[in-house]
Design a binder for this molecule. Structure first.
Ligand SMILES: NC(=O)C1=CN([C@@H]2O[C@H](COP(=O)(O)OP(=O)(O)OC[C@H]3O[C@@H](n4cnc5c(N)ncnc54)[C@H](OP(=O)(O)O)[C@@H]3O)[C@@H](O)[C@H]2O)C=CC1
Ligand SMILES: O=C(O)C1=N[C@H](C(=O)O)C[C@H](O)C1
Length: 238
């Protein structure tokens, strides 16, 4: 398949290596400095775009794909306030758009464990719930997209929590997400339920970017014959 890489940084390069290994062709690599080259690509010469760029670039990149009949697999975090506009456009154009805050299989299983635990904990107000995430120091957004997805999973189930905050909080209705930045950390997420008696912790630790990149390529292969707005729940068939 012919892949267009929108964003050729740490993730773009990992995705390229896996895509080539799986027999695919990378027909374009777009970064900020060659963004004008994007106009050379459309649904006639690209099978799928894989978009891992920057929060401020993702909307325009996905919009270009929607307008030019290119299915897009996006993993960029920190731009979700505009995601619905893309979804509406894709539905109107009968295109294909896939978004995940995290493409690793392990994290998507972890999301389900998080929801299950949160459901159990709804009946146990003696436990306070908090999240934290650790990432490399180049990360531009906080909290991570994965932490936001985990927080949404908790908020959906735990009635005593109403919203998440990316700071310390004493308010019981607020769900605290703490963000740490340390050199070289690919991504670590933990959810804690603490009472005066004990603590339950669930944790996912990525050892490298391999899981994110492989997941994105597998989704790109899967989406080729699909239409509409799709997610990891569709891909993993939970
Ligand atoms: N969903 C998931 O599973 C994962 C998501 N991510 C997310 O993916 C994104 C990218 O991560 P990462 O690769 O580590 O970041 P990098 O900073 O290493 O790479 C981002 C790349 O995007 C390029 N870029 C900047 N502007 C544009 C533009 N307008 N169009 C296309 N490309 C552009 C940058 O180019 P230049 O250097 O020229 O500015 C850079 O090469 C982040 O939002 C991150 O949170 C990361 C890992 C997993
Ligand atoms: O920026 C990263 O590196 C990562 N970003 C994603 C996020 O914000 O959750 C996924 C992964 O944790 C790595």
């Amino acid at each position: 398949m012919k892949i267009l890489l929108l964003g050729y940084g740490k993730m773009g390069k990992n995705i390229e290596a896996i895509a080539l290994d799986r027999g695919h062709e990378v027909v374009g690599k777009i970064n900020e400095e060659n963004i004008d080259d994007l106009n050379n690509f459309n649904g006639d010469n690209v099978d799928v775009a894989i978009e891992f760029s920057r929060p401020e670039a993702a909307f325009e990149n996905c919009l270009y794909c929607a307008d030019n009949n290119i299915p897009v697999v996006s993993g960029t975090t920190g731009w979700l306030d505009r995601k619905e506009e893309i979804e509406t456009k894709v539905q109107n154009n009968n295109g294909a758009f896939f978004y995940a805050s995290n493409y690793s299989v392990g994290v998507n299983i972890f999301f389900k464990v998080n929801s299950f635990l949160a459901r159990l904990m709804n009946k146990h107000p003696e436990y306070n719930v908090k999240l934290d995430e650790i990432h490399h120091t180049e990360k531009l957004d906080a909290p991570s997209g994965t932490a936001i997805t985990l927080a949404e999973g908790v908020l959906d189930e735990v009635d005593r929590k109403e919203s998440w905050v990316n700071s310390d909080t004493e308010k019981v209705e607020e769900l605290e997400i703490e963000s740490f930045r340390e050199p070289g950390v690919p991504g670590t997420h933990s959810v804690y339920y603490s009472s005066s008696i004990d603590e339950i912790e669930i944790k996912h630790t990525a050892h490298s970017r391999q899981g994110f990149a492989l997941g994105a390529v597998l989704v790109a292969e899967w989406i080729l014959d699909k239409k509409g707005v799709l997610s990891m729940d569709n891909f993993m068939d939970f």
